[in-house]
Design a protein around this ligand. Structure first.
Ligand SMILES: *Cc1c(COP(=O)(O)O)cnc(C)c1O
Length: 390
């Protein structure tokens, strides 16, 4: 017998920051009080600070998809022409949202594992000047692929269209210069790099986007961003907020501010790089041709269903990792890096992967994947830490 602690290693929900988890116990407060208004104002100000934007930031009580829907219904009207970049399950979600709100979407599709090119966006915008919005995932979580939102933003900036970025797993895993790159609406979610449970969505909204909101005719009631904006100015939310999650978020933001957003991004990038090197050392392939740092999607050995690896992680080590989604199910398995992950987690995950592969007849020299992670650590993390203390 041996103990198997449960470990949540998925790209959302992600491992929780202990101080944020503990803060949730203070949720016996009322939301129309001075105490709450101080908390809410602090959260909105800190969100702005960690996102590094001068744009207005709002919080909604919903999972990330509610933020995506709000970013659609508040700025557009039925029949509006829009451009959607779709490179996986979440790109397909944008397409479904456009359909639900009666918008006319031109879809630029990249095969799973590839990214839509900024040149394709620029061309599509040049061909159709009536496009009012461009939609993309900064990080397509389903395939572990990153989009070049900087170059896309430069193309959108030159037009009247607004750039709407699902950065739900992009925030905290890649540099995002929201104001400099013209990312008009950026959507985030609590259960990703923010290290708290699911249930909050965030949106940053540029003046260019607010101007478009004035003529938007899609119906709205609960997700009315103008109403939220008005209430936020006095430190309140339009409806009863999720007090527990806001307390958690306040703690998480304190942590991220102390660490530095750039360091949080660097952490994810380092873990992603070490993961890629480890799986390659084990003779496996990274799935994406444009891999990001939120999650690394890996192809299983030829002839093996990735579901077997996921099940083995759960049964042998009580570790929860994720399969591919939709048609990618069985084709890939995914290791997350966003938020509260560290080298300690990764050493264990790769050691466990080696055991699982060996148990299924894949030739493995124990320690070869782990050594790849150690080399990245020694290469990058160690010298930096030495510098920091000297
Ligand atoms: C997690 C995620 C979402 C939001 O999904 P919810 O289940 O609604 O929180 C949206 N886009 C991407 C890229 C995601 O990773």
């Amino acid at each position: 017998m041996h103990i198997k602690k449960q470990r949540l290693l998925t790209p959302g929900p992600t491992p929780l920051l202990p101080s944020a988890l503990h803060a949730m116990m203070g949720s016996d407060i009322h939301h129309r009080t001075e105490d709450f208004r101080n908390l809410y104002k602090q959260v909105l100000a800190d969100l702005k600070a960690v996102l590094g934007t001068a744009n207005e930031v709002l919080v909604l009580v919903s999972s990330g998809s509610g933020g995506l829907e709000a970013a659609t219904q508040n700025f557009f009207s039925p029949g509006d022409e829009v451009l959607v970049c779709s490179a996986g399950k979440f790109g397909e979600r944008w397409v479904e949202i456009m359909k639900a709100w009666g918008m006319k979407a031109t879809v630029l599709t990249a095969p799973y594992g590839d990214a839509v090119s900024p040149q394709a966006v620029e061309q599509a915008l040049a061909q159709n000047p009536s496009i009012k919005g461009v939609f993309v995932q900064a990080s397509e979580t389903s395939t572990g692929t990153q989009h070049d939102v900087k170059a896309m933003g430069a193309a959108v900036k030159k037009t009247n269209a607004i750039f709407v970025v699902d950065a739900i797993t992009g925030i905290g895993t890649m540099p995002l210069d929201i104001d400099g790159w013209g990312l008009d609406i950026v959507v985030g979610g609590s259960q990703k790099a923010f290290m708290i449970p699911p249930g909050l969505a965030f949106l940053s909204i540029s003046p260019k986007a607010w101007a478009l909101a004035d003529s938007a005719k899609s119906p709205r009631f609960y997700f009315d961003l103008k109403k939220e904006r008005k209430n936020a100015q006095s430190g309140e939310s339009a409806w009863t907020p999720n007090t527990a999650l806001l307390l958690a978020l306040a703690e998480a933001l304190k942590y991220i501010k102390a660490l530095g957003m750039d360091k949080l991004v660097e952490n994810a990038q380092l873990l992603a790089r070490a993961t890629r090197e480890a799986v390659e050392a084990l003779g496996l392939q990274v799935f994406s041709s444009s891999p990001g740092s939120s999650v690394t999607a890996v192809r299983p050995p030829a002839g093996m269903d990735s579901g077997v690896i996921i099940k083995e992680f759960r049964n042998r080590f009580n570790a929860i990792i994720t399969n591919g989604q939709g048609s990618m199910k069985g084709q890939i398995f995914r290791f997350a890096h966003l938020g509260f992950f560290d080298f300690h987690d990764l050493f264990a995950v790769i050691a466990e992967l080696e055991i699982i592969l060996a148990a299924h007849g894949h030739p493995v020299r124990f320690g070869s994947g782990v050594a790849a992670v150690q080399n990245v650590y020694a290469d990058v993390a160690l010298p930096k830490e030495t510098l920091a203390v000297s």
